[in-house]
Write a protein that binds this ligand. Structure first.
Ligand code: BGC
Length: 710
């Protein structure tokens, strides 16, 4: 789908819903702000709920009316993993009297987790984000959701969409990006895909869960503006556009309140402003109270029943929590179940499908395709694609036994069948081209020198529970790469890492490919790119710093905090926004990625369109092979808006044959110009001159025009 059609749909969608919600359509000023609408001038309404909401909520309310207090409370907490390897992370038992199905909650973002077998180990979320392709996100969601369903899990604990605030975050591989717009575009579509199955998507972790260090206690001190502009948009899109049925709150506190009892975030924002009436569960062990949790608008404690079991019943008896509040909580759970078809499409009991193989050739093919589309070619001195090399040296432990295809923690996935390592993939594709393999430093330079082309594979290991302490590659791999590139300039460095790493050897490398954690088809996807069967289609969803000293959040109180609080003092200057305002030159900028062909962009035009504008630009493939480019649009607001310059507001991925030209249209609805100022004014368009820049990364924007907004 091109941006043109997408923006038409978006605008049409907003209009349709607004028509049915007159209070929103007529709201102005503070009321519009609270709703998430755009103040000043024409008020742009936003959808406040999903299609089918009314029917599902009605059915849920009817069912709740038949339930005893104990039955309602039984819906508001669940069991954890205590029963051994069952393939899921939590369970809420069925209510047989009323025929309410059990809920089975299964991790995670990169595939069915919790020790499940027979499933696909997909490329990680970072790879998916690097595709810059919302359609790929939807396709992934649908296929992954089908595996959850086939394993009997009607709640997927995915996607994870927390902003990558610092590159050290241990769960970097589980999340998408440092940019709220890219995040929102992908989050909505993954959710939509998952919920094409009778499976709830759970967007997590709401909110401002951006580090592992002290994640279970840290208090994030962050402005409402940064929350609304940077940390919330993905959640809002997942809920309003994607129709997410469930939200998981985060472990941390935000501005003094635990996320699960954070009234400002859950009740005022998620529920009242965004119209979310689905299930809000805690992260595992992230419930800390009875009264505050119930009053904040949250519904479910996971796992266990310390606070939302007998204590909740006692609170109702004592009158400190009203019976109506418990009804509302139960309605949220059941409405989410009705809406996602959980009553109408019963899934198998997970115990009966424990050993069932739910992966398929089609899923492996999709995994390969996402692997290719999400790999980012960072540098290429005419080394790639290979032109039938005489011989190949594959080097590095990470190419073989030490291959890193997924991360650790609840995001870990056990692959069904073979994990194709880089060495296995390259060897299979090389055919009769001789391939040697050298694991470590000893002999690496000699092997590289003796070969026509060398491929050195490096990896890091990251996982939930711990942040990286350095951006340097671990285990002497920098030394290994330096030795290999010194011995053979025709060396391709393949990085199987969770995110950015430092590259002290960069100058000597012939090519560098960010291949992330590529899942079980990693080696096949890699070989296809090296040999030119396909080109790497990815663009960076995060900035790669040139040194540990670069980037925002450089003081201890900003990261990892003072032991109690962490101050998000950089405000809106997260990721590339920081680099542009500070003037620091990163190693590779956000949005960067090379193709095997070349492109030329020209003819930027802007026209009025709907309630906003539409940019168009011509793009031509000036090279000799078919390739894809991501045309990116960045907006700079007038100084009075107080915004970082150059923020991503639209993009479109196009594939062109040699010599082919296309006009790309990039929608800029009025909300693209809005900034979130204060709780009173909310989303506002500040009058003035806006600069629209179009190009191929946040730091390569050859086309520019301006528009005055009154
Ligand atoms: C993680 C969640 C996960 C849950 C269940 C928690 O530790 O933060 O992302 O879904 O465990 O495994």
């Amino acid at each position: 789908m091109n941006v043109d059609r997408r923006s038409v749909l978006k605008l049409a969608g907003a209009g349709t819903v607004a028509a049915g919600v007159s209070t929103v359509a007529s709201a102005t000023g503070a009321a519009a702000a609270a709703r998430g609408g755009v103040a000043a001038g024409a008020v742009r309404t936003v959808p406040t709920a999903w299609p089918g909401t009314a029917a599902a909520a009605t059915r849920a309310a009817q069912l709740v009316a038949k339930m005893t207090l104990d039955e309602k409370i039984a819906l508001l907490h669940g069991e954890g993993w205590s029963t051994g390897t069952v393939g899921y992370a939590g369970r809420v038992p069925a209510n047989t009297r009323l025929d309410i199905p059990a809920l089975y909650l299964g991790d995670g973002p990169g595939g069915v987790g919790n020790g499940s077998t027979g499933v696909t180990q997909w490329p990680d979320s970072k790879t998916l984000a690097a595709t810059w392709d919302p359609d790929a996100a939807r396709a992934y969601g649908a296929a992954y959701g089908a595996e959850q369903a086939a394993k009997g899990h009607n709640i997927a604990l995915a996607p994870c969409i927390n902003i990558l605030r610092v590159p050290y975050w241990g769960r970097s591989f589980e999340t998408f990006t440092e940019d709220p717009y890219l995040n929102a575009e992908l989050a909505a579509r993954v959710v939509e895909g998952i919920q094409t199955n009778p499976v709830m998507a759970t967007v997590k972790h709401f909110a401002a869960n951006n580090q592992e260090t002290l994640r279970g206690s840290i208090d994030v001190v962050v402005s409402q503006r940064a929350l609304h502009e940077i940390y919330y948009p993905g959640f809002r899109a997942a809920v309003q556009r994607g129709g997410a049925a469930a939200v998981m709150t985060s472990y941390n506190k935000v501005n003094g309140a635990w996320s699960h009892e954070n009234r400002t975030a859950v009740r005022d924002t998620l529920r009242d402003a965004w119209g979310f009436d689905g299930l809000v569960m805690s992260d595992w062990g992230g419930t800390h109270s009875t009264l505050l949790t119930a009053r904040a608008g949250s519904d479910m404690e996971m796992p266990g029943s310390t606070y939302l079991g007998s204590k909740l019943k006692d609170a109702v008896t004592a009158g400190t929590v009203s019976a109506a509040t418990v009804d509302t909580m139960a309605v949220h759970v059941l409405a989410a179940m009705y809406r996602t078809g959980l009553f109408d499409h019963r899934l198998p009991d997970p115990a009966t499908v424990l050993s069932k193989v739910v992966s398929s050739d089609a899923h492996l093919q999709l995994a390969r395709s996402i692997g290719v589309q999400g790999s980012v070619l960072l540098k290429n001195e005419r080394v790639l694609p290979f032109a039938r090399p005489a011989s190949l040296a594959v080097i590095g432990g990470a190419a073989d036994a030490g291959a890193r295809t997924h991360g650790g923690g609840s995001g870990a996935v056990t692959a069904n069948g073979t994990v194709v390592t880089p060495l296995a993939g390259i060897t299979a594709r090389a055919g009769d081209i001789p391939v040697t393999y050298t694991k470590g430093l000893a002999g690496a330079a000699d092997a590289a020198r003796a070969a026509d082309v060398a491929v050195v594979v490096a990896a890091d290991y990251t996982g939930e529970g711990a942040d990286r302490t350095t951006l340097a590659l671990p285990d002497g791999q920098d030394e290994l790469i330096a030795a290999v590139v010194a011995a053979n300039p025709r060396t391709v460095v393949v990085l199987n890492t969770s995110g950015s790493v430092l590259m002290p050897w960069l100058d000597g490398a012939g090519a560098v490919l960010a291949n992330w954690y590529g899942g079980q088809e990693q080696g096949s996807a890699l070989a296809a790119m090296l040999f030119g069967d396909a080109e790497p289609g990815g663009r960076l969803p995060e900035t790669f710093p040139a040194s540990e000293q670069q980037g925002p959040a450089k003081t201890t109180v900003q990261y990892p905090g003072d032991g109690v609080q962490v101050y998000y003092d950089e405000g809106l200057a997260v990721g590339y926004r920081w680099y542009r305002s500070s003037g620091e030159k990163p190693l590779f900028p956000f949005g960067h990625g090379l193709s095997y062909t070349t492109f030329r962009l020209s003819d930027l035009r802007l026209e009025r369109y709907g309630d906003g504008y539409r940019a168009s630009a011509a793009i031509r493939n000036t090279g000799h092979r078919t390739g894809s480019e991501v045309v990116q649009l960045y907006l700079t607001a007038p100084a009075a808006a107080g915004e970082p310059a150059g923020q991503l507001k639209a993009f479109e991925k196009v594939t062109l044959e040699p010599g082919e030209s296309r006009t790309v249209r990039l929608g800029l609805p009025r909300e693209a110009f809005a900034v979130w100022q204060t709780a009173g004014t909310g989303w506002t368009v500040v009058p003035g001159t806006y600069t629209v820049s179009v190009g191929r990364s946040s730091a390569d924007l050859p086309l520019e025009t301006t528009v005055r907004i009154g």
